[in-house]
Design a binder for this molecule. Structure first.
Ligand SMILES: [Fe+2]
Ligand SMILES: [Fe+2]
Length: 157
């Protein structure tokens, strides 16, 4: 049985994953409006991945018989000062998500909840990839390369 504290952290994370999904949708729209369809496609896919992350947590909470709520998802605007600001924000969001999973893992270990600890491993590993991917995007944009030409070099995930 999962503790109330960990249950609340995981419910919050369902909200965070849906928030990420919506933020990436906004980012996809930002790029699509500039005709940067490759960048838009990347962020549409990223948005879907975030929704899958939320679903993974939903299924886990159902499997362990925990209560579920679905937190409100804040509005996201497809407005950024620049492509660099957009990808830097994406990297910062992913770093924040990584810290959340680390906090949950610490809590699970402290509670000797090895089941939840094990469940969290997938996300901790996934976050290494997420941060690396967003870090690459920052490098691409920072290089000053033409964003249309850079589409061929986008990470495929
Ligand atoms: Fe995620
Ligand atoms: Fe992510």
């Amino acid at each position: 049985m999962i503790s109330e504290k960990l249950r609340e952290m995981l419910v919050d994370q369902i909200g965070a994953e849906h928030t990420a999904a919506q933020r990436y949708l906004a980012m996809a729209a930002y790029f699509a409006r500039q005709g940067l369809d490759g960048w838009a496609a990347f962020f549409f896919r990223q948005s879907e991945e975030e929704r899958e992350h939320a679903m993974r947590i939903v299924r886990f909470l159902l499997d362990v018989g925990a209560d579920l709520t679905f937190p409100a998802v804040p509005e996201a605007q497809p407005r950024f000062a620049s492509a660099l600001e957009a990808v830097q924000k994406a990297l910062a969001w992913e770093q924040e998500v990584t810290r959340s999973f680390h906090r949950m893992a610490e809590t699970a270990l402290a509670e000797k909840d090895y089941t939840t600890f094990q469940f969290l491993q997938w996300f901790i590993e996934e976050q290494v990839e997420e941060e690396a991917t967003m870090g690459k995007l920052v490098q691409i944009v920072e290089s000053g390369v033409n964003l249309f030409q850079a589409q061929a070099a986008l990470p495929s995930e």
